[in-house]
Ligand binder design. Structure first.
Ligand SMILES: Cc1cc2nc3c(=O)[nH]c(=O)nc-3n(C[C@H](O)[C@H](O)[C@H](O)COP(=O)(O)OP(=O)(O)OC[C@H]3O[C@@H](n4cnc5c(N)ncnc54)[C@H](O)[C@@H]3O)c2cc1C
Length: 393
């Protein structure tokens, strides 16, 4: 496939579709070997998709979360691990775009991300803290114009392949656990000593090994806003929306396989109703609910971006949490139903209807920031927040 061809369709959808075609070829091997999906990531770079969210005056295309979510859905239908890597990169970019455009260093870094198609990784999870993103044990040390950080980062997806890592820590050694900052460290500014191996049930291609991270960099690389603001105003929404979009893509592909399977059965026995047809209709309805949930989350996010109070409000946080909970839980019954329809052809690996990878990848959704933890946060907010009940907002 010639990605550089002048006549190639340059729309976002066409670019992502070409990436998906490449990702699909290697998805099973990536999953089986638990290896980094190099071919798909190279294709993302060749299509210049890594800088699209960055504003035009920093060298990007200024694309919205909704547009990026659509690309996550497209790529996930081919390879969920590749889509997750793309989503996680874009979540990091969203923090730079929301909170780094006033800082000279971060503006020039965004330009570099576009020019060099750099892949950004994330290190929020920490030994002893787990998925509680809003707390850190480690603390950044600032001395003069330099900063230093050591972190027991138990999960860093594609850590070995990232060109830079955005990492959370306490703001200084005397800061409480929730007084955090996020810092950009470039690849040549840190070392990673592997502490955990990512040999998992699913999402194997994300290569989310654990590392002891040790970095030293100019202190200007610390994002100029408290991480509390970054988490509330960019990470929360972009994580839940982009993850949901790619999880939805896994369910869409499972549905497509089931539909293809049933259509083939219908062709073999004209005039009869193939088994599973009614269940397919049920899946279609479930998929529509998942899709509507994400679409409404994306619309709500676009509205909130115009209103800083709404963006930091409990109502918005509850809405985003609910998008994540619902999509992560609802994809599983859809994929399971697809497996029942495709039967042994879905259960076996290496058939056009294989669904093992889909099911295994989809199981990560409820754990990726544990739904129990998210429900715990939402329930605390519901002690004071009034549930939104009207249909017109
Ligand atoms: C595919 C994938 C990629 C990832 N990539 C990255 C990455 O690049 N960088 C990164 O930093 N992290 C990454 N993570 C980690 C992720 O963000 C979470 O930190 C991690 O999934 C949490 O792991 P845990 O199960 O130990 O959860 P913990 O939050 O430690 O929870 C452990 C258990 O305690 C329970 N629990 C915790 N809190 C509560 C509560 N308040 N109420 C009730 N029950 C609770 C939960 O049921 C959970 O099973 C990734 C995870 C996955 C699945």
């Amino acid at each position: 496939m010639d990605l550089s061809s002048k006549s190639a369709d340059k729309s976002l959808k066409a670019r992502a579709t070409r990436v998906a075609a490449i990702a699909a070829v290697y998805a099973d091997d990536v999953d089986k070997a638990g290896r980094f999906p190099l071919e798909a990531i190279e294709a993302l770079k060749a299509e210049k998709l890594l800088g699209i969210q960055i504003p035009q005056d920093c060298g990007g295309e200024g694309r919205s979360t909704s547009e990026i979510a659509e690309l996550c859905t497209i790529i996930a239908q081919a390879c969920a691990a590749s889509a997750m890597i793309f989503a996680m990169h874009q979540i990091k970019v969203s923090s730079l775009v929301s909170h780094g455009t006033d800082a000279e260093w971060h503006r020039s870094f965004m330009r570099k991300v576009c020019d060099e198609q750099m892949l950004l990784g994330s290190a929020t999870t920490e030994g002893g803290i787990g998925g509680n993103l809003r707390n850190s044990i480690c603390a950044i040390e600032v001395e003069g114009d330099r900063c230093r950080l050591e972190k027991d980062a138990t999960v860093i997806s594609y850590g070995k392949h990232a060109d830079a890592i955005l990492i959370t820590s306490r703001a200084h050694k005397d800061a409480p656990p929730s007084d955090q900052v996020m810092t950009v460290f470039l690849k040549d500014q840190y070392t990673l000593e592997q502490t955990h191996v990512w040999d998992t049930m699913g999402m194997r291609g994300t290569c989310s090994d654990g590392f002891l991270f040790k970095g030293e960099a100019p202190a200007v690389q610390i994002l100029p806003k408290p991480f509390a603001e970054i988490a509330a105003q960019s990470m929360l929404a972009s994580s839940h929306l982009l993850w949901s979009a790619l999880w939805y893509g896994i369910a869409v592909d499972a549905f497509t396989k089931a539909q293809t399977f049933i259509r083939a059965a219908a062709r073999k026995a004209p005039g009869t109703q193939p088994p599973g047809l009614v269940q397919l209709a049920e899946m279609s309805s479930q998929l529509q609910v998942i899709r509507s949930n994400i679409q409404s989350g994306l619309a709500s996010h676009e509205q909130a971006l115009k209103d800083p109070d709404r963006l930091s409000s409990m109502g918005f946080a509850v809405a985003m949490n609910n998008v994540k909970i619902a999509s992560s839980e609802m994809i599983l019954p859809v994929i399971h139903q697809a497996l029942r329809i495709c039967g042994i052809m879905g259960y076996k690996n290496g058939t056009p209807f294989s669904l093992g990878r889909h099911l295994r990848d989809a199981h990560s959704a409820e754990l990726m920031i544990s739904n129990d933890r998210i429900l715990g946060n939402t329930s605390t907010m519901l002690l004071v927040h009034k549930q939104e009940t009207g249909l017109l907002g």
